[in-house]
Each structure stands twice: as structure tokens, then as C-alpha cells.
Design a protein around this ligand. Structure first.
Ligand SMILES: Nc1ncnc2c1ncn2[C@@H]1O[C@H](COP(=O)(O)OP(=O)(O)OP(=O)(O)O)[C@@H](O)[C@H]1O
Length: 585
């Protein structure tokens, strides 16, 4: 969809606001062209000595009243228009936000956060201006131009009118060339602003790393270079916009010279009165607004077009996952992988090959293996962040795409290794998936996740606000808050992706014991536990070892230990040894 089509659709939907603004502008234009005519009459009346005393005052009062009405109408159209343009900004931002929440990781891998943030702020502002001010200024400018030209040619003298128009085609050509340059300059300015945004976003998110590596100076220098370059691009756009003004000035200057020369000649020949020539030069002065409006409108439209060129591919990008499924999540169902394969785009090797496994309701499945084996990828497939390239994944009788995405994800409680906490209170973070939870339920979940003691030591306990992304908590505390959040949710399938990596072995044992107790309370809830530490899966009903995307071993803890020389048995011995050395320290 082009900017023109999008704006046309918006104007159709909000025609009443636009019509009200247009009517007010029409009133302004009519009053504006009436003024020089009236002044001409007053001048001629005074020159002829026929207008004086009360009659003159009445005429002057009429002119003042006209000025006040123009002022009020100008305020009125701006209010009506800004209300409409504001709605467009809100509609576009809401649409962008919705699109972004529906896109999967494939989309975000190709996009930078700073870019997306710039789209939601700067670019939408530019589109809003194009649909608001630019559109009505174009209408106003054209209307004034037509009325003023008609008054000049038909109302005063057509020969003088045509002669004064001679310089205008040159101005139109200059405008066309300048607007091309303005478009290029705005495109580059908006792009560089995005780069600047990206730098700020990454710099703030990684500020600890930058500080620890002593890179803050260098980072600040890079920021200053980017800010210079963004400023320079905006300045370049402004420089080109500034070229509109001399073009208007020169054109009007030339038109005025012609009008005064030729008009003076007509006055001398008594074909024109001085009052008419006064009115004509006032009309010429009134052409300044349509000329400036044209420059301003072109610049706003070019900026809007450059912004829309960046915005529309994101708004119209196909959603990377289809959400056509409609089946609700079965209350208690077996998760089944049948010969599942998956490869990331551009990766040489498949991340998962021929993976088949089953997780019965109420059971715990342990998933272990060396780093890069494909464990997190397997969980991502359950979450439907990616689609398998081969085989199928079923929950009960339905394959995952048959379930509605919303229902599927509400049925999964996923805890990643680095969970995301929001800048809200601890209680709100725990109750994220169940906002109606009572304080007692929140506390019970926190106790099971072994984080209750930590929370009570915080200044305001559960009401303590945690910084953005939970920066005020330790890594282990963040993990346990996220586990509490998962345990509180009603989701029947718990997915722990190395979610205990930052807690000590003692706390891990405590949490796992709580999970076992929970099985008694919620016998239908199943868990899929990915872990580097094998102690986390010892009690699992079944353990699967993944190596290079394939299942290399599987069985219970005891069965896997019995596989002499197997990966699990070797790792177990190694980790036990490590634990006993740690204990001696
Ligand atoms: N977004 C991605 N794009 C391309 N390749 C990826 C992506 N994410 C993971 N990979 C690759 O896929 C393979 C499996 O990664 P995955 O994260 O699933 O392994 P893992 O077993 O969870 O590893 P770890 O134990 O270190 O977390 C690795 O080779 C990894 O480099």
C-alpha cells in the first residue's frame, strides 16, 4: 500500500473531521480574498472623497471583524485536524505493536530493536504530519491560489493577471527539483536516526559489560559520531528545504515588478484605478502563503513518504507463523515428537534430526546433552516459535498447528535460562500469567521456588519494584522468580530451559523436591526439564540425551548410568567428582 492509498483510506474513514476542517478553510480563503477587494473600494472611495465619517468607520470595522473571524476559523480547523491526525498516529502505533507481538523470532532476527523503536516514534510522527498538516495545507494553499488568481484575473484585470503569472512555471520547476533532494535527505536522516536509536538501546542494555570492559569512552565517541551523522543528515534536509524560500521570493519579486510596471502603465492610461492596482498588489502578497504552503507540503510529504517506505514493509510483513488453528488445549494430553527435524535458516547443519519422544501427562522428561546439541531448539518448537521442517509434534490428538496459538502458549509455562522480568513489583512479576492470584497463592509459589526468603529481605517485600529486566536482582533470584511465575500459572506443561543454572546445588535440590511435591497436588501437570547439571533430571521418569541434534541415548537415570562409556554415564561421574571437590573447598 502506498502512502497515498493509506491516507486516502484514513480520510474516508474520518471524513467528518476533514470536511469540517475543509469548510473552515474555505471560509478563511473567501474572507481572505474579500479583504483586498474591500481595501481597494475604501482606497478608491477615499481618493474620490465619497467615503468618510461614520461610513468609513463602518467599513474599517467590517475589515477588523473579518480579521477576527479568520483567526477563529484558523484555530478551529487546526483543532479538528489535529484530532484526526492524532487518531492516525494512534491507529498506526497500535497496528505496529500488534504486528510486532505476533511476529516470531525469524522476523526479529532480521530487524534491529532500535529501528523498530524509531518506526514507532519518529517515522509514525512523520506519516501523521503528512496525513494531517500537509493534506490540509495543500487544500488550503490550492484553494487560496485559485481564489486569489481568479480575483487577480477576473476581478481586477486579466492582462495584468496573466503577465504577473509568467515567473511561476520557473518556480514550479525549482520546487520539483528541490523536493527530490528533500526526499533523499529525509530518507537518509530517518535511517541514521534509527542507527542512533539502536546504539542507545544496545548501550543501555549492555552498560554493565561496557563499563566492565572499560569501553564507555569508546562507546560515547561512537555515539557522538552517530549523533553527528544523524544531525548532519537532518541539516542537509533542512538546507534543501531552505531553498524553497528564495525560489518563492524571487518569483514573487519578479511578479511584483511586472505588476507594478504594467499596472502603472494601465493607471497612466486610465485603464486601471489606483485602488485596483493596490488590490492587485495585495493579492500578489497573498500568493506568498500558497507558495510557502507548496514548499512546506512537499517537504512534509517527502518526509512522510520516506517514513512510510520504512514503515510499510514492517506493517505488511507476513506473520512468520500461521495461527489458523482453532482447537482448544486438551486438559491432559501426551506431548509426542515423531521424527522431528529442524534447521535454522542459513545454518549448514540441522539443529534437530529425527527426534522422536513422548511425555505422558504428569510425567517429567529430562533433556540433557552437550552445549549446542539442540535442547533449547526443541523447546522452541514446542512453543511454536519455529515450525519443524520434518516430522510432527502432537499434543494429544492434535498436531500443534491445529491448536490456536494463544491456547497453546497459555498451556505452556516456559522458564528460560535468562528469564525476562518486567519493571513492576515482584508480586506482579510472579502473577504475570495469573493476575487474579491472591497474595497467599503468590507467596506459596515463591516458597516452592525457594525465593520467598530472598523476597522478605527486600525493602518492601513482595511490593518491591524491580528495575527494568529485573536488574536489581541477582541472576539466581531472577531465575527463581521466573520459576515461581511458572508454578503459579495453571499451565499443564512446564518447560524449564536450564532454569536452575544460576542457583546453587542446595537450592536446586530444594526446588526439585518442591516440584515432586507439586506432582502430588497437580498429578496431570507434566514437566520437560532441560539441564546441564544432571542432578536436575535424576528423578525424571525418562531422560533423553541429545547430541548434535539427534537422540543418542535414552532411559531412566539408572539405565543410562548402566551404559558404560555413554555420554550420560561419563558426565555423571565427572559432575559427581566436581561436586565432591567443591564440597571439600
Ligand atoms: N537463532 C539461531 N539461528 C541460527 N542458529 C541457531 C540459532 N539458535 C541456535 N542455533 C544453533 O542451533 C544449534 C542448537 O542450538 P541450541 O541452542 O538448541 O542448543 P542447546 O543444546 O540448547 O545449547 P546450550 O546447552 O548451550 O544452551 C547450535 O548449533 C546453535 O548454534
Amino acid at each position: 500500500m502506498t502512502l497515498k492509498q493509506m491516507i486516502a483510506g484514513f480520510v474516508r474513514r474520518h471524513w467528518a473531521s476533514y470536511a469540517a476542517s475543509a469548510l473552515m478553510l474555505l471560509g478563511i480563503a473567501l474572507l481572505t480574498v474579500w479583504i483586498p477587494r474591500q481595501v481597494g473600494h475604501v482606497v478608491d472611495g477615499m481618493v474620490a472623497g465619497s467615503l468618510h465619517g461614520e461610513a468609513l468607520l463602518r467599513q474599517l470595522a467590517l475589515l477588523v471583524g473579518c480579521g477576527v473571524s479568520i483567526y477563529l476559523l484558523r484555530v478551529g480547523w487546526r483543532l479538528a485536524l489535529f484530532a484526526a491526525a492524532y487518531r492516525l498516529g494512534r491507529e498506526l502505533r497500535t497496528r505496529l505493536y500488534k504486528v510486532l507481538t505476533l511476529q516470531g523470532p525469524v522476523f526479529f532476527q532480521a530487524k534491529r530493536t532500535g529501528d523498530l523503536m524509531a518506526l514507532a516514534t519518529n517515522d509514525i510522527d512523520a506519516v501523521e504530519m503528512a496525513a494531517g498538516e500537509a493534506l490540509l495545507a495543500a487544500f488550503d494553499g490550492s484553494l487560496t491560489l485559485i481564489l486569489v488568481l481568479s480575483m487577480m484575473t477576473l476581478g481586477v484585470d486579466w492582462r495584468l493577471g496573466l503577465a504577473a503569472l509568467i515567473p511561476f512555471p520557473f518556480m514550479a520547476y525549482a520546487f520539483w527539483r528541490i523536493s527530490e533532494k528533500v526526499h533523499q535527505a529525509w530518507q537518509s536522516s530517518l535511517g541514521r536516526f534509527s542507527g542512533l536509536n539502536q546504539h542507545v538501546q544496545e548501550g543501555l542494555a549492555g552498560v554493565r559489560t561496557l563499563r566492565a570492559l572499560g569501553l564507555t569512552e569508546r562507546n560515547a565517541m561512537q555515539f557522538s559520531e552517530l549523533a553527528d551523522s544523524a544531525g548532519e543528515a537532518s541539516f542537509q534536509a533542512q538546507r534543501w528545504e531552505a531553498a524553497f524560500e528564495p525560489a518563492v521570493g524571487m518569483t514573487l519579486g519578479a511578479a511584483l515588478t511586472i505588476a507594478l510596471g504594467l499596472g502603472g502603465y494601465f493607471v497612466a492610461k486610465q485603464e486601471l484605478t489606483i485602488g485596483q492596482l493596490t488590490a492587485f498588489t495585495m493579492y500578489l502578497g497573498q500568493l506568498i502563503w500558497p507558495m510557502f504552503a507548496a514548499g512546506w507540503v512537499l517537504s512534509l510529504l517527502e518526509r512522510g513518504r520516506a517514513a512510510w517506505d520504512r514503515l510499510s514493509p514492517v506493517l505488511e510483513a507476513p506473520i512468520t507463523l500461521n495461527d489458523s488453528g482453532s482447537q482448544p488445549l486438551p486438559a491432559s494430553a501426551t506431548l509426542r515428537f515423531d521424527n522431528v527435524g529442524f534447521g535454522y535458516a542459513l545454518a549448514e547443519r540441522a539443529a534437530l534430526s529425527q527426534v522422536s519422544l513422548t511425555l505422558e501427562p504428569g510425567h517429567i522428561l529430562g533433556l540433557v546433552g552437550p552445549t549446542g546439541a539442540g535442547k533449547s531448539t526443541l523447546l522452541q518448537l514446542v512453543l511454536r516459535q519455529f515450525e519443524p521442517s520434518g516430522g510432527s509434534i502432537h499434543l494429544g490428538a492434535y498436531s500443534l498447528p491445529e491448536l490456536s496459538l494463544q491456547a497453546l502458549r497459555q498451556g505452556l509455562a516456559w522458564v528460560p535460562q535468562e528469564p525476562f522480568l518486567f519493571s513492576a513489583s515482584i508480586a506482579e512479576n510472579i502473577a504475570l500469567a495469573k493476575p487474579e492470584a491472591t497474595p497467599a497463592e503468590i507467596e506459596a509459589a515463591a516458597r516452592m521456588a525457594a525465593v520467598h526468603e530472598d523476597i522478605t529481605r527486600l525493602p518492601q517485600g513482595y511490593a518491591t519494584e524491580i528495575g527494568e529486566r529485573g536488574v536489581t536482582l541477582s541472576g539466581g533470584q531472577r531465575q527463581r522468580v521466573a520459576i515461581a511465575r511458572a508454578l503459579l500459572s495453571d499451565a499443564p506443561l512446564l518447560l524449564l530451559d536450564d532454569a536452575l543454572s544460576a542457583v546453587d546445588t542446595g537450592t536446586e535440590t530444594q526446588i526439585l523436591a518442591h516440584l515432586r511435591e507439586l506432582r502430588l497436588l497437580r498429578p496431570e501437570r507434566s514437566s520437560l526439564i532441560v539441564s546441564h547439571r544432571l542432578s536436575a533430571v535424576v528423578d525424571a521418569d525418562h531422560i533423553v540425551v541429545l547430541q548434535q541434534g539427534r537422540i543418542s541415548e535414552q532411559g531412566s537415570h539408572a539405565e543410562l548410568l548402566a551404559l558404560e562409556g555413554g555420554w550420560y554415564a561419563t558426565q555423571w561421574r565427572y559432575q559427581q567428582l566436581e561436586a565432591s571437590i567443591d564440597a571439600q573447598d
